[in-house]
Structure formats: structure tokens, C-alpha cells
Write a protein that binds this ligand. Sequence first.
Ligand code: P61
Length: 890
Amino acid sequence: MNAHPQTHEPHKIKTVRLLPFPTLEERKKNLAEAKFNVFNLLPSQVTFDMCSNAMNAVSQEQLSAQFLGDEAYAGARNFEHLQQAVNEVFGHSYVCPVHNVLGAIKLVLSTLAEPGSVVPTNHRTWMDVFEAGGMAPRDVRFHEAKVFTGDVDIVLLDEVLGEGRVSIVDLQAFADGQHPFSLANLRAVRDMTRRHGVRLVCNGSRIIENAWYIQRHEPGWASRSIAEIVMQVAKTCSVFQVDGAQDPKCNTGGILSTDDPDDYEKLMNEVVVYEGLHTYGGMAGRTMEMLARGLTEMCDEAEVHWVMQQTERFTRRLRDGGVPLERGCDGAYIETRRFLPQIEAHTQDTFSAALYQTAGVRAIAQGRVGRDEVVPVQIPRLAMTNEQLDQVADAIIDLYKQRDRIQPMQLSAEGEWRDQMAYHGVFADLEPYAFDTFPYEIHTIEHIAHLDRREREQAIRAAGYNTFLLRSAEVAIDLLTDSGTSAMSTDQWAACDATRATTGNSAAYQKLVANLQDITGYEYIIPTHQGRAAEHLLSSILIKPGQLVPGNMYFTTTKLHQELAGGVFADVIVDQAHDPDNDFPWKGNIDLEKLRALVDEHGAEKIAYVSFEHCVNMAGGQPASMDNMKAVYAWCQGQGIPLIFDATRCVENARMIQSRDLRYHDVKIRDILREMMLYGDGCTVSGKKDFLINIGGIQAFRDNADWADRARHLLRLYEGNVTDGGLATADVAAMARGVEEMLNDRYIRSRVAQTRLLGQMLIDGGVPIVRPPGGHAIFLNARRFLPHIDQDEFPSQTLAAEIYVETGVRTMERGNVSKGRNPETGENYRPALELVRLTIPRRVYSNDHMRGVAEGIIRLYQRRDEIRGLRFVYEPAQLRFFQARFERVE
Ligand code: P61
């Protein structure tokens, strides 16, 4: 990945916030209720809210800072941390905290600027504040500048300063969101202000974006880090102001910093009047902590480049679509007069209303009426994927194509400020835009490793060429498993938080039971700590020693528990499942003939139950058809044989039915799943997959009270309470919520589409994979990838190790090493399928991550002949794949 840092996010998703998708009718109703002013819409009515202020995602570390508030009135530790951060990032010794940037501006004006004085500026954002303070702003921006359009016209500034009525020069980094300054110009301004004994004040709320511009475009700065440039800018100014809700990605708050002890004394004595004591300045302790963390994180080079790449991409796409705009530091500022030449008045609000009507996207022009005629479509930092941004751009381009149909709106109330405006409107006949992307935004992120190739070589050697033994901290994109690796939603976290722990009955348990009864139609819902615990209960209840358990391919833990109960597994999956190149759409089906033959041979009483797995893991995540489930169940009922599902990946199976079986195209996932579950007597579930949780499982039975009683008895013995199965009450609550979220049609569609995308990119690159792509994973065919490596030199193990070295991606071996040795002959089993599994965690990676994975593997495929096999240096007797160590064959 390292050589291509811009192909995907330098982080993965830790928590998501679910997005609403109001229908066209709902959008019209909302708009009318909001008096056609999108300011009045509620977040619950908006799909993508295109604003950069306070709407960013944060790192999990920054989020956790919120819980470290010391909340002391005076001298909080949080303030000390804030001071340290400011000192480290801006190099200033004195820090004055404020409630937000408006507090900072007001403070500067009331302490450092003379009433009645002229304030030379390069922006117009805060004109109102200047005027309210009795000061006269004067535009000194150099309007002819080409790249650094926020630069000051030095000749003009000299003139204005010469008039002698100036006490501060007030500049903005990336003025009005559109105009960056250069360091050379800033330094020239500083020299000039010094000569005139005037202070240079700078609002650095968008210092990062400005620093990126300097790094990119100002001669001499290309090799300097963002952190270094930020410090240079701050140190050039007498007073530096920062809005906590912008670059530091806090939700509010702000600071003023300076090196001048006299100015600091003035600020400190004034801050108590409007803001709060000089050691909290109107911020909660937790806000100061979050702000401190955000300041130290904001210069992260990889993150800055990712964010700026998004802005470039978004504005380029809109430009290519012909949309008239100014490029902003944080998005595209739509020129609404040119967008809507036929509309005489209120073009900003008309544009915003039309965009909401067609797509549910909100872009708000705020501030004073008549100040300008652009509508900023800003990108909330780190909160959206490129695919989502592309679609928002397309929605705007679509609107632009039908701009002639947009009607003027009639004013019904007005004021000086944009939020006061109200309209009557008629809904133009506009073609709506339909999003097809992840139905969530990014709430928190987790930084991922970016080791270079040499470091990865060292890491894999130290791990004995076994990906199970790599440290997570060494992995860029982790495709080892989809088990327990999901990103939880903010609603799940809220449910966890709101839960009161108990060892007895709980609302969380009741909700879990009610939800799963409704989803499965099964009466008895028993929580377990994960899937294998449920398998233990089930096997103990249903298997008598010597009985057979037919199943659609084995899974390691399932088979083990069947054997521990004295059962014998018998594979009855269709033959197609064993052929990696066969494109049969239902490779998870049970072959009813094989099942019949088994019963004919042994008798029905010899069969404990039929174990039917949805989206069969070991077959490549391959689904079973509805007809097959129906037929197998009908037959089993006739024989008196129970059928129990492994419903671990039941929702993915339901989605496959929705997309591959014409009869179900328009049926909701919830209803498909309910029908699937009709064709079984119960299920075990590892909740760590489709249920969107990090830990948990389920044992459920349709109506057999005796089985349920016995399961609960065993649960009390081995697992925990009947109401939690050994899970924390909070985790029961997360599961109760997870099973609601998993049924969202948009979610499951985008989930399965992501797997298919990865598969298709690999197929297009010529890489041999198990076909068709499965629900949760893509399996590489290592035999065909590395035909020159003998199975006893472990092609799958080798391939997994080489993928890590090439790309930083972690995958899982599923071949000769996993299968083990035949105890009789001592030989390796040399199974027919020699595979590497690329398993995709839910809601964690973007499609750009998938693109990075595919590109890396295709690169490796092109030089596959250079790859050599492995031999054991340490081989455990059982489940050897977990702990085995290897070395390269010379
Ligand atoms: C996985 F290498 N799967 O796919 P538990 N049924 C099914 C599963 O996929 C499953 C379980 C039951 C894992 C984790 C794993 O040798 C391995 O909640 C269809 O993990 O107890 C688990 O559920 C067991 C990976 C398990 C392995 C065993 O990555």
C-alpha cells in the first residue's frame, strides 16, 4: 500500500452513524414544513449533510478524550493538556481558551483593536463582527493573485497602514474557505505590521488546508511536513485563533495563542467577561481534552493528503459535469447565479431547496443575506467515502442538467440573516436522484499501519510466515476474518451505554428475544457468548453417540462439537461446491439425493439432524436457494429428521436470493429471511458475523420446549445466565440492536456488492478466484495462482504470506496446512481446494480499500513465478494452522 498512499483511506472505520433516506414524498413534505429554507430541516430528514463545521469523523483516541473531562472550574488538567498541545503544534507559549471562534474574534476586537479603527482583512466572513464592534473592515486581498488568492496586496496594505488608523491586521488562512495565502506573503505582511507597530492576527481554523497548499504550490516548501508549515504560519502571527470545530475536528471550542506576555494578560483579563475563566474559556473540560487531542492529530500527513484528495476529486467531478463553482478548501462553492440564470432572486435558497428535493442532500448558505451568492457544498472531514462523494456530485450534476425546470420561490418572510428567510414554493417536476452506496457515514476511525516493504518482510519472517501470528499493528487492511470485526453503529453504542448491567432479567434480553422471535418466527431464543457455545449446546442435545450429522460442507468448530458429542459428520453439499471454477449460483445447496442415499443406507433413526449452513463459509460464502431449503425441509419432515440451520450468515444468503432469484427481486430482506427460517426447526448463530456485533451468539428453536429446557440447563452449567449466556448486558443490547440494522436492504445490498466488487476486480486482473464471488469473502485459488509450488510446499500459506509482504493485507490460509495430516499415513491430506480467504469485515472498509487490495494482488500475480514455497520449522499436532511456523524453501 505504501507506495500508493492515495489509493485508499489511511484508516479504517471504527463506528458508523446510520443515514436516513427520506422518500421523494417525504422530502417534499419536509421542505414545505421547513418553509423551503433547508436550515430548518432536521438531521433525521437529511441523507448527506454537506457541511464541514463540527460534522467530521474523529479518531477513536480523540473520541475517548471526551470521557477524560476533569470539569474543574479552575486549573483543569484538560487545560494543561490544551496548553501543551498548542505549544507543540503552534509553538506559542500562551493560550487563551474560548467557547468557539466567534468568542476568539470578539476577544481580539475588545482587547487589541481600537474602537473606530480600520481593520485590513483578506476575508469577508466576520465583517459583521467588526462592524458591530465599531470597526471598519478594509479589503486588502490581492484579487489578481492566481494560486495564493488569499494573499494581501502589500502596496495597498502599506497605504492603509499609512493612514494611521489601524491597530490590527486580521487575516484568515484559506479566507472564506476559498483563498489560501502563501508564507512569503504572510511574512511580508508581518514585516510591514511590525514596522507600523501593529499586530498581525490570523484565524487559522483552516490552517491545515492552507499548509497543504503551501506544501504543494509555494516554492521551497515541497519537502517540508504539514506540521512544520503549520508551526511556521502560526509563529509568523502575533495572535493566532483556531475554531475547534474546523481543523482540530472537535465539536466546538477554540483557542487564541500568542508569544506576547502583555497581549496575553489583556486577553486573560477580558476572557472572564464573555467566555469563562482563563483556564476553560467557555468550554467543558472534555471539550478541551478533545480539542487538545485534535490539535496534535490534525497535522497527520497521510490524513491531510486523504482529506485534500477528496476535495480535489469532488470539485473536479462537478467541474467536469459543467457545474459552475468556486473550489473551496473543504468542498465546492456553487455559483448559484450562474447555476440558475433564469431565477431573479434568492438563488441560493432556491438551489438548496431543489437539491434537497431531488436527492435529500443539504447544502446551506449561512450568514447575512446578500453577502454573496455561493452555496458551499462542504465535505465533512473523514466522514464520507469517495463513492458517496461521487454520488453527491452526480446528484448536483443531475440537478444542473434539469436546471431549466427549477421554479422561483415566493418570499413569505425575511430578515437580515439567512436562517430567517421563509418561502412559498411550487415543486418543480424534477427527476429524483437515487443513492446506491453505504447507508451510513463514518463516525470514528482507527488509524491503520503503514509499514514499508522492508518492515513487512521483517514482520512476516518474525511471524514464521503465518498470518495468524502477525500483530494487528503490522497490518494495513485486515481481511483475516469477518468474525467480530464489524464496525458498530452509534445506535448500538447508545444501547450499550443506556444499559444497566444485571445478572437477572433485562430489557436488553427482552428486546433481543422479541426482535429475534419476529425475525425468525422461532419461539425459543437463547443467547450464547458466541457461535461455538451454541454448537456445544445443540450437539449435546440432539446427537446420540454413533449418529450421523449430514451437512452442507463442514465448518471447523461445528464438526468438532458434533464429534465431541459422539456424532459423525457426513458431507451432503452439491458437487458443484467442490469445483472452484463452476459458476452455479447455489453452491451452498444440499444434494437431496446424497441425503436420501445416506438415510437409505443407515435408516432415519441413525441421523441426529441435518445441519444446514447459510452462505457456506468453507465453500466460499456460497448461498443456498429458497427452493432447496424448502425441498430439504419437506423431505426431512417426512422422515422425522430435524433440520437445524447454521444461520451465521443468513442475511447474506437472503440478499443472494433477492438478487439471484427473480421471484424475490422486490421482496424485502426481512421477509425473505423469515421465509428461509420457516424451513428449519431451529438454528445456531455466531452473532459475530451478520448480527453486526463484536461478540455474541444465539441458539434458537422453533417450538420444541424440551430442547429449549435442555439448552438452558446446559447454558447455566457452562456459559452464564439464561438471559445473557455469559455476555455483558451491554453486549446483549448491542446484539438486540444489531439484528435490526442487519435487515436494512440498503446495507446488505452494499455489503454484498462490496464483496462482488473485489471479486470482479480480481477476475478482471486475471487472478484465479473461487467463482462466483461469495457473500462475505473472496477465495483465491492458490493452486492456479502458484502452479509451480507443490502442495507439500503449501501454496496457500505461501500466497497469504506474499500478499502481506506485497500489500500489507492480511488474509487466511485454507488449504493443506488447515486440513492437516492423515494420522494413519502421516502424510498431508493435500485437499482438492487450496485457497486463500480474503474476508471482508462489515462496515469497516471502503471500496477504495478494496481497490487497493485488488491492485496489490494483481501486481503480485504478475510476478508470481518468482515466488518460492515454504516448509515447516514448527508444526503443532492439532489445528496446526494457528501456531505453525515456516521458512522459505531455498
Ligand atoms: C471465521 F479459522 N467463523 O469465519 P464463533 N459457524 C460458522 C462460522 O463461520 C463460525 C462459527 C460457526 C469464523 C471464526 C473462526 O477455525 C476457525 O462465534 C459458519 O467463532 O464461535 C466462525 O462461531 C463459529 C475462524 C472459527 C477459524 C474457527 O473466521
